[in-house]
Write a protein that binds this ligand. Structure first.
Ligand SMILES: NC(=O)c1ccc[n+]([C@@H]2O[C@H](COP(=O)([O-])OP(=O)(O)OC[C@H]3O[C@@H](n4cnc5c(N)ncnc54)[C@H](O)[C@@H]3O)[C@@H](O)[C@H]2O)c1
Ligand SMILES: O=P(O)(O)OC[C@H](O)CO
Length: 346
């Protein structure tokens, strides 16, 4: 059997800013390790740019001109607009889409994925329901009836696209899967740690976005680095407390991996949620409008997570125990003046 027909066949679902950086990483790695077939099909939510289809542009220029301009994608990445074609015969699914689109994508894939397929979610988001929180890895595994790992870390996509060093964390339930994914993702500039804690890893990635919005508010108010450090510290403690309260079994070490404290720091200085929250304060415009104006199609995850978290805190009568998360929600969505971020948390 040739290398082309043997080995794991990797499909990438998603082609935004992070998804495209990931295509570059995994497309190089599949050519280096015998476990994998060499072509990586990447699902692109099709759109038209100056009269041309984005998939055609990606395949012709080997560049995602909309979500990651200026970075060359390896030629073994094939952009495909048909989701079912992307996953056909795939044995490994890498899922990297904004979390608001997960249900729609899973609904299209339901019943069409072999139960032996291994998946990994790079999504930084969370859902809540009547019972509590619903990690996105569970949404995917319940819908598709497959095993799902998670990957999250201090990973600002554009910096990794430039091959600046960073670390990340993979959460696994089955060690062999964690090790396989480490092979798929690790490079000299992208160091992968693995830990037996799928939900801990992904929830850190979701909740740090709430803190990033708090940090952006502080930046917009020009309160300086000491105040921002205070928000980071308090936010980290609320993130830990929230995760422990609503999900049993999260490992303490997870908070000190790249997915934990390191991502809180990176996101509070360099992320999109921070940037848009700063502008929310300085411009007075609502988040929805700023997301469109500043991100040109890229999506904020933090605002949705702020709402999900507040829904659960309000229902459980816990707003007083999570003062920072609650204040961030009220500033973002209930018209509380931004400067109360300080008054309400001291
Ligand atoms: N960008 C980063 O620095 C970064 C880093 C780590 C993790 N992440 C996480 O990765 C996930 C994906 O983010 P991203 O940065 O790759 O995307 P993005 O925000 O840059 O782009 C949005 C993507 O959503 C797609 N899209 C738009 N409408 C859609 C629809 N109706 N259905 C499906 N897809 C649609 C767009 O085509 C585009 O690919 C998010 O959860 C994000 O938090 C992002
Ligand atoms: O740009 P953000 O705010 O979505 O954050 C990007 C990454 O999650 C940082 O690790």
């Amino acid at each position: 059997m040739t290398r082309e027909s043997a080995g794991e066949k990797v499909a990438l679902i998603g082609s935004g800013n992070w998804g495209t950086v990931i295509s570059k990483i995994i497309a190089r790695n599949v050519t280096k390790h015998n476990e994998f077939q060499q072509e990586v099909k990447m699902w692109v939510f099709e759109e038209t740019i100056n009269g041309r289809k984005l998939t055609e542009l990606i395949n012709e220029k080997h560049e995602n001109v909309k979500y990651l301009p200026g970075i060359t994608i390896p030629e073994n990445v094939k952009a495909v607009p048909d989701l079912l074609e992307v996953v056909r015969d795939a044995t490994v699914l890498v899922i990297c889409i904004p979390h608001q689109f997960v249900h729609n994508v899973c609904d299209q894939l339901k019943g069409k994925i072999d139960p032996k397929v291994k998946a990994i979610s790079l999504i930084k988001g969370v859902e809540t329901d009547d019972k509590g929180i619903r990690p996105i890895s569970h949404v995917i595994s319940e819908s598709l009836q497959i095993s799902v790992c998670s990957l999250s870390g201090a990973n600002i996509a554009n910096e990794i696209a430039d091959e600046n060093f960073s670390e990340t964390t993979i959460g696994f339930n089955v060690r062999e899967e964690g090790e396989l994914f480490k092979k798929l993702f690790e490079t000299k500039y992208f160091r992968v740690g693995i830990i037996n804690d799928v939900v801990g890893v992904e929830l850190c990635g979701a909740l740090k976005n709430v803190i990033a919005i708090g940090a952006g508010i502080v930046d917009g108010l020009k309160l300086g680095e000491n105040t921002k450090a205070a928000i980071i510290r308090m936010g980290f403690l609320e993130m830990k407390k929230f995760m422990r309260k609503f999900y049993g079994g999260i490992k303490e070490e997870t908070f000190f991996e790249s997915c934990g404290i390191a991502d809180v720091i990176a996101t509070c200085y360099g992320g999109r949620n921070r940037k848009v929250a700063e502008s929310f304060v300085t411009s007075g415009k609502p988040f929805d409008q700023l997301e469109k104006e500043l991100l040109q199609g890229q999506k904020l995850q933090g605002t949705l997570t702020v709402k999900e978290i507040n829904r659960i805190l309000s229902r459980e009568g816990l707003n007083d125990e999570f003062k920072l998360f609650t204040t961030i929600y009220r500033i973002a969505f209930e018209g509380l003046p931004p400067k109360t971020i300080i008054k309400d948390i001291i």
